[in-house]
Design a protein around this ligand. Structure first.
Ligand SMILES: C[S@@+](CC[C@H](N)C(=O)[O-])C[C@H]1O[C@@H](n2cnc3c(N)ncnc32)[C@H](O)[C@@H]1O
Length: 355
């Protein structure tokens, strides 16, 4: 972890934000009581169509205090989390500059492409963050370090039944360990953002050369700090994963973690085709993400869809309901697998091999 110390106000703000997750989860238990009474926990009573199902459930919950309160809290959190994290950063910005300068030096290199024009979907204010991934010059540190470590990492409580005690960093390692081989020579990570999964790839495949790309320069700069902080020699570069301009058959593993649910379905298709092109024959593709709706009961699928819609995730439903296996096979992947890691079906693995 990069060495820095939060000031008291920023630390308290982030602590406050981390309390929302468990508080909202406990209100969902109260909602569950009302839903059970109304028979809406039964798959047979809920519509197949998600819009109809939403109408069914939300009209019943509309006057439930636990629903209204959790909506209000969710809304406040969505609107304020990035702003408060940015303020926590501003308090330490002057102190951390020398660390940032030092971590530009090292064997992890970053090449930026000033000619890259991001697609409209990428400019969407994802997670309701003003300006999206590059919405602040230091969004890499703000999101990838402060929000990950102090908000997401602390507020995500494993579900009670069949719980997994894995934290958000261990989950990334567990996902990397799903790969069928350990002898990859050259790995490409797509959508590396600030590099939390890149760090785990380096742990699981210590002998591989690691390349990682993203569109966001702010995120890549933080990935470079993380790489140099740990003495890694990653090649980071700014590129659109749909058209990387890299030579064909360059990598024996192409991988990503929690990128798919932030992409429109046609972009997922383009990225999978480009990944296929980049793989050597016999190479593996392994993308990890959230579980598809088909792996949940109808109520949980509605809840996921509802939280995604109001949390600034416009592409979640599309990626969670698409025919991923059919798409993978149509591109030419073989031995296609599509499964959740036990015990909580997270991460969800999309795997295929280039023949
Ligand atoms: C949720 S983040 C990835 C998180 C990261 N892999 C982790 O382990 O936390 C999604 C990333 O995908 C990147 N991204 C989205 N579309 C992309 C594209 N077409 N090419 C490259 N990167 C893309 C975004 O800029 C963002 O940094």
């Amino acid at each position: 972890m990069i060495d820095y110390k939060l000031r008291q106000t920023g630390r308290a703000s982030l602590d406050f934000l981390s309390a929302f997750g468990p508080a909202i989860a406990s209100m969902q238990k109260h909602q569950q009581v009302a839903l059970t009474k109304a028979g809406l926990t039964d798959d047979a009573k809920l519509a197949d169509d998600m819009d109809e199902r939403s109408e069914q459930i939300e009209s019943m919950l509309a006057n439930e205090p636990a629903f209204r309160t959790s909506n209000m809290m969710g809304e406040w959190h969505a609107e304020h989390h990035a702003r408060l994290a940015a303020e926590a950063f501003t308090e330490i910005e002057a102190d951390i500059q020398s660390t940032f300068e030092r971590l530009k030096q090292g064997k992890t290199t970053l090449s930026v492409n000033p000619d890259l024009t991001p697609d409209k979907y990428w400019l969407y204010p994802i997670h309701r963050t003003t300006g999206g991934w590059d919405g602040h010059p230091h969004m890499g540190f703000i999101h990838g370090e402060l929000i990950h470590r102090y908000v997401v990492g602390k507020s995500t409580r494993p579900p009670a039944a069949g719980s997994s005690s894995a934290d958000i960093y261990t989950q990334r390692k567990q996902f990397a360990e799903q790969a069928p081989r350990r002898d990859y020579k050259k790995i490409l990570e797509i959508g590396c953002s600030s590099g939390p999964f890149t760090l785990k790839l380096a742990e699981v495949f210590p002998n591989a050369e690691i390349h990682a790309l993203d569109i966001s320069v702010a995120q890549l700069e933080q990935a470079q700090r993380n790489g140099n902080n740990m003495g890694h020699a990653w090649k980071l570069f700014q590129a659109d994963a749909r058209d990387t301009k890299l030579p064909a058959a360059s990598y024996d593993l192409v991988t990503s973690f929690i990128v798919l649910h932030e992409l429109p379905v046609d972009v997922i298709g383009d990225i999978l085709r480009e990944s296929f092109r980049l793989l050597t024959p016999g190479g593996d593709l392994m993308f990890g993400d959230v579980a598809p709706y088909s792996a949940m009961n109808k109520l949980n699928a509605w809840r996921t869809d509802y939280i995604a819609k109001f949390g600034g995730e416009p592409f979640w439903r599309g990626s969670s309901t698409m025919d991923m296996v059919g798409l993978m096979k149509s591109i030419g992947f073989v031995d296609v697998k599509y499964y959740g890691v036990a015990p909580i079906n997270y991460p969800w693995v999309t795997y295929g091999r280039k023949p």
